[in-house]
Ligand binder design. Structure first.
Ligand code: AMP
Ligand code: MG
Length: 428
């Protein structure tokens, strides 16, 4: 048990101290679709060539290019159609001089042919639908084809034995597709962290239950759980702990098998000591004052779990905006680290503020804003109304957070400021 300490630290220092507790989790095999957003633990090596065979990129006629030399609208070259090939067929014929095979996109090239003439460059479109040439009929080629025209060659996408996706890569939809194209139904990825989430406070009520006078609904448990899931973790809601030693202790113990425990509220100066006492008694904890707004109070420590395990504990402030912003800055980085992802840093863009942003108390100000592109092609930031740390709708309306530095007391309308983007897809 450590005594609460009350030093003012920077966002970076808080994050560094927190991340020192986290490491990548162990690998596991997952179905490729479930592994979306997880990090590959092993190189993925192609077991075969893709495409596996030379095949046609167009519907048309597989021909010998030499047979089409000099072909034109007025000088068609007539070829005998010896067969028809659909995608999935296995060709057993050879295209000889003066011959062609009617062939559909994706079908393997027959032996002897070295080019595909698309239907549009033959007389096929000029015929009626029921007059397409059958085996034994003829087709007229209206344009010369070069050798290799419209052929997709074996291995041109992926060569057998090559590393197609290296270990460490985050699986996006395109990687999921590539894995599937290699015939893989599972991938080896670092496990998703299970994050136990506990709201605290005698006034906090579970949504869906009747609200007593003076009480509020639990926003934090749900917003944080949603963020955990969004960033690739598995949230586990532990419910709401009363501000009593017994209830808090019991609920924390229910979360000790998780990879991380997140609590909200009970970490600021004015709080009943019972929360801090219990947090400290169940492990070690530091109470920090972080030079940021919102989210100044923050707690971080570790609970002692059975078997000598230590479960990292992030204690978020109670105010709903503070708790979300603190999670964005610290919890997200912790989850990414456990997932094996180093890319937790948010994209920061330069935008022109249209509002005055006052920053009076020397902290870094993460004001909620909405960023849009102006008609001049530049990015503009508008604050999302009142910025109180209890006003959760200000977060809901935002797609970014201003980063007004600690030593900048005011940004004036027209000033260029940094904005940390939370959500590129959320447009007003
Ligand atoms: P505290 O850190 O306990 O002083 O809480 C700060 C503020 O956040 C108080 O107004 C609490 O009522 C509020 N609060 C605490 N927990 C929650 C929660 N889970 N959902 C919404 N508001 C909360
Ligand atoms: Mg409280």
């Amino acid at each position: 048990m450590t005594q609460p300490s009350d030093s003012m630290i920077s966002v970076e220092e808080a994050r560094e101290r927190i991340l020192a507790f986290f490491a990548r989790l162990e690998p596991e095999r997952r179905p490729v679709l479930d592994a979306l957003g997880q990090v590959l633990a092993e190189d993925v090596v192609a077991p075969f060539d893709i495409p596996p065979l030379d095949n046609t990129a167009m519907d048309g006629y597989a021909v010998r290019a030499a047979d089409t030399t000099g072909a034109g609208e007025d000088t068609p070259r007539e070829l005998r159609v010896i067969a028809e090939l659909a995608a999935g067929a296995v060709p057993d014929m050879t295209v000889g001089p003066g011959e062609a095979v009617r062939i559909m996109t994706g079908a393997p090239m027959p032996a002897g042919a070295d080019a595909v003439v698309p239907f549009e460059e033959t007389d096929e479109p000029l015929r009626g639908v029921n007059e397409r040439p059958r085996k034994g009929g003829t087709v007229r080629v209206l344009k010369a084809a070069g050798v290799a025209a419209n052929i997709r060659f074996r291995g041109e996408d992926v060569r057998a034995g090559r590393v197609v996706i290296p270990a460490g890569r985050v699986l996006r939809p395109s990687e999921v597709g590539v894995l599937a194209s290699l015939g893989m139904s599972e991938a080896s990825v670092y496990r998703r962290p299970v994050v136990a989430i506990l709201s605290t406070g005698d006034e906090v009520t579970e949504p869906g239950r009747p609200l007593q006078p003076g009480h509020i609904y639990d926003a934090n448990g749900y917003s944080v759980a949603a963020l955990v899931r969004k960033y690739g973790g598995v949230p586990r809601l532990l419910g709401i702990a009363r501000d009593t030693v017994e209830d808090l202790t019991a609920r924390i113990r229910e979360g000790l098998d998780a990879d991380m425990i997140i609590t909200s509220a009970g970490v600021s100066r004015g709080d009943f000591d019972v929360v801090k006492d219990v947090l400290a008694r169940e492990g070690s904890i530091d109470f920090w004052t972080v030079r940021m707004k919102p989210g100044k109070p923050l707690a971080f420590g570790a609970f002692a779990a059975p078997g000598g395990r230590r479960v990292p504990h992030l204690g978020l402030p109670g105010n709903p905006v503070s708790s979300m912003v603190s999670f964005e800055l610290f919890g997200r980085a912790a989850i990414f680290t456990m997932l094996g992802r180093g890319d937790w840093e948010r994209p920061v863009i330069r935008a022109i503020t249209r509002d005055e942003v006052r920053n009076v108390d020397g902290r870094r100000f993460f004001a909620r804003c909405i960023v849009t592109r102006g008609e001049d092609g530049r990015w503009y930031a508008d604050l999302t109304g009142p910025q109180g740390s209890g006003i959760l709708t200000s977060m809901s309306a935002a797609n970014g957070l201003t980063i007004i530095p600690e030593d900048v007391p005011v940004a004036h309308p027209g000033d260029e400021i940094d904005v940390m983007m939370l959500d590129w897809e959320h447009a007003p």
